[in-house]
Structure formats: structure tokens, C-alpha cells
Design a protein. Structure first.
Length: 131
């Protein structure tokens, strides 16, 4: 039985696409903001995109980025808003149109398509910019 399978099992690739697809998945679509220059003491960072918001509290050792999930239908860019508070006062607040990138981890002709927007906020400048 083993000899029959060795000669005829799985060897025929006629008509198959070149480079089979793997099964790597994606996280849900997301916007991620990396924050640099956070204060030593406690702070709160709130990030919003597509009417969805996520808030994190902590210290500089605990937090350096904030992620908010986006709807799968997000367009080629998304408006991202960020507010950073420390000791009850706003130390940075900005918004920017951030491009939505896509990546196909299983190859250009294979699903799924992963979608994400990446930005950064440097507290020294207070500007939110695409990463």
C-alpha cells in the first residue's frame, strides 16, 4: 500500500496555482499609535478612529503604544485622534488622517488581507503623524 501511495499520492500539481497558499491569519483591522516621550508619572492616553476609542492608563514602563480596532470596511485612510493627560491636564492632543495599509501574509493572490493604520505621537512636538 505504501508503494502505491508513494507513486501516486500528492504528486500531481497540474492546474494548481504556483505557490500554494498558507493559512496565516490576520488580527482584526486596527489603528496603532506609538507614543514617545511619555511622562514618568501616571498618565492616560485615549485614541479614537472610526467612532471607536480605546483608553489606556499607566506609566512609561507599561505603555508605549495604543491600539484601537477598526471596522473591516475602513477606507484607504482613517482619521485618528489622540489625547494624552497627565495629572489631570491635557499634555498633548492632535488628530491626523492616517493611511490604511494592507498586507497579504500568505502571498499576493491568497487571502486574507490584513489592514492597519500606524501612527506615532512624539510628545516633544505634540504632532500625530503616519509611522
Amino acid at each position: 500500500m505504501g508503494l502505491l501511495c508513494a507513486a501516486g499520492c500528492g504528486g500531481d500539481t497540474a492546474g494548481a496555482p504556483s505557490g500554494d497558499c498558507t493559512e496565516i491569519g490576520c488580527l482584526p483591522a486596527y489603528a496603532q499609535v506609538q507614543v514617545s516621550g511619555l511622562p514618568e508619572g501616571p498618565f492616560r492616553v485615549r485614541v479614537c478612529a472610526e467612532q471607536r476609542c480605546h483608553t489606556v492608563r499607566g506609566s512609561r514602563r507599561q505603555v508605549n503604544r495604543v491600539v484601537v480596532e477598526l471596522p473591516e470596511s475602513v477606507a484607504t485612510s482613517t482619521r485618528v485622534e489622540i489625547e494624552v493627560r497627565s495629572r489631570g491636564r491635557v499634555i498633548a492632543k492632535d488628530g491626523a488622517e492616517i493611511p490604511v495599509e494592507s498586507h497579504r501574509p500568505n502571498g499576493p493572490d491568497c487571502p486574507p488581507e490584513c489592514r492597519f493604520a500606524r501612527a506615532r505621537l512624539d510628545l516633544d512636538t505634540g504632532r500625530l503623524e503616519p509611522a
